[in-house]
Design a protein around this ligand. Structure first.
Ligand code: CA
Length: 247
């Protein structure tokens, strides 16, 4: 599963250059050439990160960024803004658009890729992590393998994405709609109860040996990943403490 980057830029030579270099670096790349197209594309399929040019026809990059920050589903979407050298760069910083980072044109692809990786490490640890652990569950992001107490758990692709999402936010309760937005994306027309089906499958797959259930059903709210209360001797903070990400 390659990290998916949306490049929003209206200069074709720059798009070509970025696409070539980002694909070489192991990213999946799509492009949008104006702000409106970018917003539609993001609603259809949520990228892992957006490279957003500030000077765009119709809707400016800064307005696109603001709209993304206003929507619940894209509030935390990582954005790197491209600005021209001149005072534009300073102005954009002053405008507080909500971008995670800024890169000034002209830049080297190598520099941009380093910034992308830095933003991803900060905002989406699982993307740059090789391994994630929660209690006795280990997720190998490269081999796409999940083990529980050393035993392999067999997960389908949707269950793998669900688990990754829970492991990125241990202890946090997600509604079915939130899980649909984050794990399935917007373009997929799925009923909220489909989530229940996949949660059941995930629970079953993780139920290796005598391991306790780590997915908690929160009545009328949704689901959260945490160690169940039956093992609460170890304290409430365990869920957070036992999460560890290895780069
Ligand atoms: Ca431009």
């Amino acid at each position: 599963m390659k990290p998916y980057i949306l490049v929003v830029e209206d200069e074709m030579p720059l798009i070509t250059l970025l696409r070539y270099n980002l694909e070489e670096a192991g990213f999946e790349v799509e492009e949008a050439t104006d702000g409106e197209e970018a917003l539609i594309s993001i609603m259809e399929r949520k990228p892992d990160l957006v490279i957003l040019d500030w000077m765009l026809p119709m809707i400016s990059g800064i307005e696109v960024c603001r709209q993304l920050r206003r929507r619940r589903e894209t509030r935390e979407l990582p954005v790197i803004m491209l600005t021209a050298r001149t005072e534009e760069g300073d102005r954009i910083r002053g405008l507080d658009s909500g971008a995670d980072d800024y890169v000034t044109k002209p830049f080297s692809p190598k520099e941009l890729i380093a910034r992308i990786r830095a933003v991803m490490r900060r905002t989406r640890p699982s993307i740059s992590a090789e391994k994630m652990t929660f209690a006795d569950i280990e997720m190998d992001m490269i081999a796409h393998r999940v083990t529980r107490s050393g035993e392999v758990a067999h997960l389908g692709p949707t269950e793998f994405r669900l688990l990754r999402h829970f492991m990125e936010h241990p202890g946090r309760v997600f509604s079915r709609e939130q899980l649909l937005d984050s794990v399935w994306g917007h373009n997929v027309y799925v009923e909220p109860r489909t989530v229940d089906v996949h949660i059941r499958r995930l629970r079953k797959a993780l139920n290796v040996g005598k391991s306790p259930d780590v997915i908690r059903t929160v009545r009328s709210a949704g689901y959260a990943m945490e160690l169940q209360r039956s093992s609460h001797k170890t304290g409430r903070g365990l869920a957070a403490q036992s999460r560890e990400i290895t780069q």
